[in-house]
Design a binder for this molecule. Structure first.
Ligand code: PEP
Ligand code: MG
Length: 591
């Protein structure tokens, strides 16, 4: 035990991905720079310039070291990327400019360097030449490294170089970093910020990695090398667990093992209620590698393929051909079941390093999803063509994220029609009857669902966003997580409106947000008339388990109660009591 914490200590947060793990902690230090301008005494200037030069030398050593490691473990072309960084580091024009600012303004080196490099980055970002524009990303990376050294921020741990299994602890973990986690080395993770439906949490569930978010002060108080137990059922991290705690968790493991057996037995059974109502239970995936888990858990195809993860953590945008191969592979693996491919939903908390979108004040209200695609027709076109082409090889459907009204939907449909016409002219096969859906995740869309229903073949309710936009509670912010209430009457009314509007036009409505995978809330959704539920593969078994114990009449009564009740807490309590009574073994989580 190396840490400063003596004896057992419990950190409480929000449980976002089920499971228990124990092991050594690795603390991630986050390199956030607070750049403030400091006035220097004239005689302190030479020393400040030396400090700057020293940071450049240290940065050079570090880059050379990383380059050597990358060359050993990856291809030499990946290592070559660092040549550009080294060249920039020696750029006399930039260095002289920084020195000039320090001299003339008598200010600190970090402020001077930040100012000069940002000026360069801004210029590079606006040039026509694509190669030069890409150098802006290199310079941003390099700037971070130099500032790390100037401000003495510890280097971010490179997660690709973990050598033994551990529990990661950090202030925050971005979705793009989470997508790269290696299950063989990351037993679980805990962060100080985040929400249950942030994409980081969604990825943790998809990777089946136990996770806790919103655990205050954990990254400051824990040290690498501490020993902890992380409980992703109850949202706790227990440092230095006592023998008694370990014993209690041993008992919990036994209960979970016996539940696991029961759940495995129904994996090949249909999701049908006791009185014969079938629910289409499908799965959410982030890439082609998740399909194996979809098949294992016996989901009926894929109800949401979040394609944006093909676009992040990479140097270049995926081409039409590359996307086509992935979509076709997924469609072929799932055949005869269907896959609903969602068009690109970048923005919000998911960003592509390649696209370098400008920072926005309110990214979730900004240039995201369909808004971005309609403004970038070439990116949209490549994806639509890839999806259409893949539809020749399986049962493929397509849906648009973040539709706010009829105009956007008409525009998106027009793009699809144009792509279809192109493919016909090129004699490239696709499914002429490919179904198209709209996600209902903005309140305005739910309110005009009757008009939208005339223009699509199905609706998929994105409750993660619908809740945040309706209740004005950021889904990634633990400070407002108490306001993020799925059972708020406004949410239930919007869901009911959407379902009714769909049924009135003879089309189906599903839910693909996280509530679809929650056995406490799934019965209510079925009672509200939802036809399809799409959840993380790891959530499929327990949702199916409870569906197979439901009676249609009972869930309708539950929905009737919820629709006339004014209190979110009361509705949730009723759902909880109903679920506990219907499927008690699903809820034995307390150690
Ligand atoms: C949703 O918003 O509910 C949804 C399924 O989309 P995402 O979580 O990817 O925003
Ligand atoms: Mg969404």
């Amino acid at each position: 035990m190396s840490g400063q914490i003596k004896g057992e200590k419990v950190y409480r947060g929000i449980a976002v991905s089920a499971g228990v793990c124990r092991g050594k902690v690795v603390v991630l230090h986050h390199a956030r720079h607070a750049i403030v301008r400091r006035e220097l005494a004239p005689d302190a200037v030479p020393q400040e310039i030396k400090r700057f030069e020293h940071a450049l030398v240290r940065t050079r050593q570090q880059i050379t070291e990383v380059q050597r490691r990358v060359a050993d473990t990856m291809s030499s072309s990946e290592a070559d990327i660092f040549d550009a960084h080294l060249l920039m580091l020696e750029d006399r024009v930039l260095i002289e400019e920084v020195i000039k600012i320090i001299h003339e303004q008598k200010c600190n080196a970090d402020y001077a360097f930040h100012t000069a490099s940002n000026r360069y980055i801004a210029v590079l970002e606006t040039v026509e030449d694509e190669y030069l524009r890409e150098r802006a990303a290199d310079l941003r990376d390099l700037t971070t490294r130099v500032l790390d050294n100037l401000l003495d921020v510890k280097q971010l741990l490179d997660l690709r170089h973990l050598t033994e299994p551990c529990i990661l602890v950090g202030h925050d973990l971005s979705p793009s970093t989470t997508a790269q986690l290696d299950r063989n080395f990351v037993l679980g993770f805990a962060t100080e910020v985040g929400g249950k439906t942030s994409h980081t949490a969604i990825l943790a569930r998809s990777l089946d990695i136990p996770a806790v978010v919103g655990a205050q002060n954990i990254s400051e108080e824990l040290e690498t090398g501490d020993y902890a137990l992380l409980d992703g059922y109850n949202g706790t991290v227990i440092v230095n667990p006592t023998d008694q705690t370990m014993f209690e968790y041993g008992q919990l493991a036994k209960i979970k093992a016996s539940l696991g057996e029961k759940l495995r037995e129904i994996q090949s059974q249909p999701a049908v209620t006791l009185d014969g109502k079938s629910i289409h239970l499908s799965a959410n995936i982030e890439d082609q590698f998740d399909v194996e888990a979809v098949l294992k858990h016996g989901a009926e195809g894929v109800g949401l393929f979040r394609t944006e993860f093909l676009f992040i953590n990479r140097e270049k945008l995926p081409t039409e051909e590359e996307q086509y191969l992935v979509y076709r592979q997924v469609a072929a693996m799932l055949k005869p079941q269907s896959v609903i491919i969602r068009t690109l939903d970048l923005g919000g908390d998911k960003f592509s390093s390649q696209l370098q979108l400008a920072q926005e004040m309110n990214p979730f209200l900004g240039w995201r999803a369909i808004r971005f695609c309609l403004a970038q027709p070439e990116v949209f076109r490549a994806q639509i063509r890839a999806i259409l082409r893949a539809s020749a090889d399986g049962c493929v459907k397509m849906m648009y994220p973040m539709i706010s009204g009829v105009d956007e939907l008409n525009q998106a449909n027009a793009h699809v029609e144009k792509c279809k016409a192109e493919l016909r002219a090129e004699k490239i096969p696709f499914d002429e009857k490919l179904e198209i859906g709209a996600m209902i995740e903005i309140p305005s869309a739910a309110l005009v669902a009757d008009a939208l229903a005339k223009r699509v073949n199905f609706f998929s309710i994105g409750s993660n966003d619908l809740i945040q936009y309706t209740l004005a509670a950021d889904r990634t912010n633990e400070k407002v997580s108490h306001l993020y209430e799925p059972t708020h009457p406004s949410i239930l009314r919007l869901i009911k409106m959407t379902v009714d509007a769909a049924h009135a036009r003879g089309i189906w409505a599903g839910v693909c947000g996280e509530i679809a995978g929650d056995p406490v809330l799934a019965p209510l959704l079925i009672g509200l008339g939802v036809d399809e539920l799409s959840a993380a593969p790891s959530a499929i078994d327990s949702v199916k388990y409870i569906i197979r114990r439901l009676k249609n009449e009972e869930v309708r009564q539950l929905a009737d109660f919820a629709l006339q009740c004014e209190s979110p807490t009361e509705i949730f309590a009723r759902c909880q009591a109903f679920a506990y009574q219907t499927a008690p073994s699903l809820f034995e989580n307390k150690a």
